[in-house]
Design a protein around this ligand. Structure first.
Ligand SMILES: Nc1nc2c(ncn2[C@@H]2O[C@H](COP(=O)(O)OP(=O)(O)OP(=O)(O)O)[C@@H](O)[C@H]2O)c(=O)[nH]1
Length: 219
């Protein structure tokens, strides 16, 4: 009841104020209100745009390393496979895994392990050509996609990554913590599925681990 009375009183006061204004003053006032509404609407749209961009980024990127996530990589792999199957180009694929990463966690703790993963992610991404893709496949495993590339191109990319990891090692507490990666590499074979190529690259990585780590095995 009180709220209703207050609303009626407010409306009455507003009407009284309006009566004291000239037509031009009333018109200008309405115009100002309209401008205010447009400004709010613009800000609102900008906010929605930013939210949308943030949402898209979160859906396609790994939270820890900022690289592409598994879901995005899987979709892109499907696209490249589709293109190659239709005869529009070739591509190569590599799976990288940090060697003996458990020891990093056990020796320095999980937070330093996280920092080491971020370091690896930066060194993986930096030397790649702009149309090559790199993302976190899960845990301490990374996937590299070389659209338009063959085994040779992938090997060259990986060589640049390994060199960079040597030149810029992970440093914790002023001390160098040497990190190495094992790689499995393969290229697309006509007519094969996503599962088949992923299985083959995984097997190549497995062989690299069994060959003593810090190396590259081609399938
Ligand atoms: N800090 C951190 N550790 C992770 C993350 N994801 C996975 N790990 C750890 O990575 C380690 C992987 O260990 P393993 O699979 O035994 O392999 P590894 O020690 O790297 O040995 P190899 O692969 O055989 O060279 C485990 O200790 C996981 O807990 C992460 O996001 N952060």
């Amino acid at each position: 009841m009180m709220a209703r009375l207050t609303r009626i009183a407010d409306r009455y006061q507003l009407a009284e104020r309006e009566r004291g204004l000239s037509f031009v003053q009333r018109y200008e006032r309405q115009l100002r209100q309209l401008e205010k509404i447009i400004r709010i609407s613009d800000q609102y749209q900008q906010m929605l745009r930013e939210l949308n961009e943030e949402l898209q980024r979160t859906a396609s990127h790994d939270l820890l390393t900022g690289l592409f996530n598994r879901r995005y990589l899987y979709d892109r792999l499907g696209e490249e496979l589709g293109k190659a199957a239709r005869g529009h180009g070739q591509f190569a694929l590599a799976m990288a895994d940090v060697d003996l990463f458990k020891q990093i966690n056990d020796s320095y703790g999980h937070d330093i392990g996280d920092a080491a993963l971020c370091h690896v992610a930066r060194q993986l991404a930096a030397p790649l050509r702009e149309y090559d893709l790199c993302g976190r496949w899960g845990g301490e495993e990374f996937l590299l996609l070389f659209p338009g590339g063959d085994l040779e191109a992938a090997q060259q990319g990986i060589q640049r990554i390994r060199q960079r990891l040597q030149d810029e090692p992970f440093v914790h507490d002023g001390r160098v913590c040497p990190l190495t990666l094992s790689f499995g590499v393969t290229e697309y074979r006509q007519g094969e599925s996503t599962t088949a190529i992923l299985k083959r690259v995984d097997e190549a990585l497995y062989r690299a681990k069994h060959a003593g780590r810090d190396c590259l095995e081609c399938a």
